[in-house]
Design a protein. Structure first.
Length: 160
């Protein structure tokens, strides 16, 4: 049985090792360290990331944001930095691509016309758009506003 990354047997052994550490002042047992999942990498090289995803027929999550947007910064530093979100993205084989948006919803990096904020119906920030690489990077799902890690994982797993 797995308990948040720890096996039940491993937890008992770890508890015994820690009792030994506390009793004798020994070094912390390395075997008790919980394996850490990685937070997802957020790419900023928009053109290259889109080309790579299309060539590999992998999905992309476009993260439309602005530097002045506090909800965007919160989404980036919490939900997109969460290791569980990284695991969900890994299972989906999806890449997150950060797209800077100005106050007039123009982007700092050139995008194909069908992937501009206007074409995708982006009306607020932050907005995440799931693009299915198997369909030529066609928009499949959109999520707007700040969402926590659990809601983001649910969205990722329900995207086509």
């Amino acid at each position: 049985m797995d308990l948040n990354g720890w096996s039940q047997t491993g937890s008992k052994m770890c508890a015994l090792r820690w009792a030994f550490v506390l009793a004798l002042g020994a070094a912390a047992p390395a075997a008790c360290e919980r394996p850490e999942a990685q937070a997802p990498a957020v790419r900023q090289d928009v053109a290259q990331a889109l080309a790579d995803a299309e060539a590999q027929q992998r999905p992309v999550v476009l993260f439309f944001h602005a530097s002045w947007c506090s909800a965007c910064r919160a989404l980036r530093s919490t939900s997109l930095a969460d290791a569980r979100v990284g695991e969900a993205l890994g299972r989906a084989q999806a890449t997150v691509v950060q797209v800077e948006v100005g106050t007039d919803f123009t982007t700092s990096a050139p995008l194909p016309e069908h992937l501009t904020p206007r074409a995708l119906g982006v009306v607020g920030l932050p907005t995440l758009v799931y693009l299915d690489g198997r369909q030529g990077l066609a928009p499949q799902a959109r999520l707007s506003g700040y969402v926590g890690p659990q809601r983001l994982i649910e969205w990722l797993t329900s995207a086509p």
